[in-house]
Design a protein around this ligand. Sequence first.
Ligand code: XMP
Length: 319
Amino acid sequence: DWTMRAFREEEIAKIRQQVGKGKVICGLSGGVDSAVAAVLIHEAIGDQLTCVFVDHGLLRLDEAKTVVDLFRHHYNIPLVHVDASKQFLGELEGVTDPETKRKTIGRLFIEVFEQEAKKIGGADFLAQGTLYPDVIESVSFTGGPSVTIKSHHNVGGLPERMNMKLVEPLRELFKDEVRKLGRELGLPEIFVGRHPFPGPGLAIRCPGDITRDKLDILRKADAVYIDQIRKHGLYDEIWQAFAVLLPVKTVGVMGDGRTYDYVVGLRAVTSTDGMTADFYQFDMKFLGETATRIINEVKGVNRVVYDVTSKPPGTIEWE
Ligand code: XMP
C-alpha cells in the first residue's frame, strides 16, 4: 500500500526528530493500536524504546503469551511483563459500578506503570497508540453539554504526573488505517486483524462483581465463541465479537439431573469506527451450534443468549 509506505517513512522521521536521544516507554495493552505504535517507534529509534505490558488479570485466554511471544521473540523488542492480577482483582473485589471499575483499573494501571518506569530508570517520552476517534471522543460532543458516556482510561493522566512528553504516531489514523500500517510493518495477519479490545478488559464483560472463577468461565466461553466464528470464516466480517458472563443463574437439565448455572450472552457487531454499530445477523444454525458447544465445553454455563441490540440505543460493551 503506497500511502502507508509513505506514512511509515514520514512518521519514522518525525519520531526520530521528536525523540532525539531520549528514552521512550510504551504501554502495551494486547490490542492492535499499541502494538502498531510500538513496532513503528522501535523501527525509528530501536532500543531507546522499552515496552511495558501490564497484565491486569482481565485479559482473554492466552493473551499475555501471545503478546510476549510477538514482542520478545518475533521482534526482539525489550519488554517488561508485569503480572499485576492479584493487585487489580483484589481492589476490584465487590466493585459493581461500571464507571468505578474503569476508574479503579485506570488508577491502578497508572500506579503499576509508574513503578515499572522507575525500575527501568524513567523515560523522557510516553508512547501511546491513540487513534483519531479517541482524540475526538475524549473531547466533548459538539453542540450539547459535555457528557461522558464511558470514560476511556487510555487517554490522559499519566504524562502530566510523570512529567513526560507524548509520542502518538497514530493520532491521525482510523482503525482500518492502523491495520494497513500494521501489515506494512510486517505484523502477523492474525494479530493485525484482531477485533478491538477495551482497556478495562473482561471487567466490563462481567456485569456485577468480578471473581477469578467468573473470569475463568468467561475466558473459556469467549474462546469457544471466537473459535466458532473463525471456523465459519466470519471473523473478518465482524467488527467485534465477544462473550459476556451475566450475573444470573438459571435452571437447566443435563442428563437426568437439574443444573443451576450461569448465562452467557453473545455479542457481535459490524461497525466502521465503533461510534455506531449494527448487531451481526448470524444464521440460527450457527447460534444453536455455538450455544451447544459452549454449554458442553464450559463448566458452569447452562444457557446462552444472543444480543440483538444495535448502537444506538445500546453500546457495544455491556458496561
Ligand atoms: P461502547 O461500548 O462505548 O464501545 O459502544 C465503543 C468501543 O470502545 C471500546 N471501549 C473501550 N475501550 N476503554 C477502552 O480502551 C474503555 O473503557 C472502553 N469502553 C468501551 C469498545 O470495546 C468498543 O470498541
